[in-house]
Design a protein around this ligand. Structure first.
Ligand code: NDP
Length: 289
């Protein structure tokens, strides 16, 4: 689908999105607060609009990617008249509530709204490994799926609740940050014994492959069936082990906040009588707030 499209916001991500449309042959109109960021795109054939209203008028579909919802809400509110009847595909990151509130505003203003969460860095846009989650009216997504294809190899529709893409996004970021933080903590420990990060890393990768990766689908099964019986590694055993981790970190002068937070979750579940249950039962500790 090489239909016309407008891109609002030409930061690192917005420029990559606009470039993907231009390379695909879509007539692409762009707008950015700092107009100079459009130069390279204009040289490739994009049209720079003088202001947001003109940009919106140029195409039936407006893809928005600015820094925050606060910024986007102001931009859209200033062009409510021009937006009537248009489709807004918002790829700005925020909270699920930000996305739901904007969907309500769109509905009230006669704007058809899709919310999306980009699980990629700008360099990945347009490549098969780029993933974008979408939500909004199903027929709206079906109608525009082809138009959005140049942006990512995988486009996943998650339903009508426009808060859900950000929930997936935040969940995957939580996984990213906590797993990398675990690695950084591990490296701090081995560094204290004079072992380099590179010398330790093959063991980290093997551990991820043979222990952590299989534990995820196993945990999913336990969580969905609410059956946390285990003969492998109970919370009781982990409680003792994490005490050693926290104590050793403190003794070495290594920050132990991250492991102490996990320790607190384990201790809470053990205190609630779940010492014999698996690590997956920590999901209940998260849900308890
Ligand atoms: P940048 O900081 O590169 O760009 C921010 C964009 O927002 C620019 O177009 C900037 O305009 C615009 N902007 C900021 N404040 C205002 C304002 N007051 N009025 C008008 N425009 C404004 O960020 P990215 O492009 O990297 O990120 C954009 C969105 O994409 C964010 O929500 C981010 O979380 C999300 N995202 C980014 C990823 C990445 O790896 N970069 C990955 C996944 C999602 P100007 O150029 O004039 O400053």
């Amino acid at each position: 689908n090489q239909g016309p499209v407008t891109v609002l916001g030409l930061g690192m991500m917005g420029a990559a999105l606009a470039n993907a449309f231009v390379q695909n042959g879509n007539p692409t109109t762009v707008w950015n607060r700092s107009a100079g960021k459009a130069d390279a795109l204009v040289a490739q054939g994009a049209v720079l609009a003088a202001d947001v209203r003109q940009a919106i008028e140029a195409s039936p579909v407006v893809v928005a990617c600015v820094s925050t919802y606060e910024v986007l809400n102001d931009l859209l509110a200033g062009a409510a008249t021009e937006l009537k009847g248009k489709v807004v595909v918002n790829l700005t990151s925020g909270t699920p509530e930000d996305a739901r509130a904007l969907a309500v505003w769109a509905e009230q203003n006669g704007v058809r709204y899709l919310d999306g969460a980009i699980m990629a860095v700008p360099q990945m846009i347009g490549l098969p490994q780029a993933l974008i989650f979408y939500a909004g009216a199903q027929e709206l997504f079906a109608e525009h799926e082809d138009l959005l294809k140049p942006l990512a190899g995988t486009n996943v529709y998650l339903g009508t609740d426009t808060g859900v893409p950000m929930i997936y996004d935040l969940g995957l970021l939580s996984l990213l940050w906590s797993s990398l933080a675990g690695y950084f903590h591990a490296v701090s420990l081995v560094n204290s014994a004079g072992v380099s990060a590179e010398a330790f890393t093959p063991f980290a990768l093997t551990w991820i492959e043979h222990v952590i990766t299989p534990a995820i689908p196993q945990s999913a099964q336990e969580i969905d069936s609410a059956n946390f019986e285990t003969e492998v590694s109970s919370l009781g055993v982990n409680k003792a082990a994490i005490e050693h981790l926290v104590a050793t970190s403190r003794q070495l002068g290594i920050n132990s906040d991250f492991s102490a937070a996990i320790q607190a979750l384990i201790e809470r579940r053990v205190a609630q009588g779940h010492a014999g249950h698996s690590l997956a039962s920590l999901v209940e500790a998260f849900k308890q707030g």
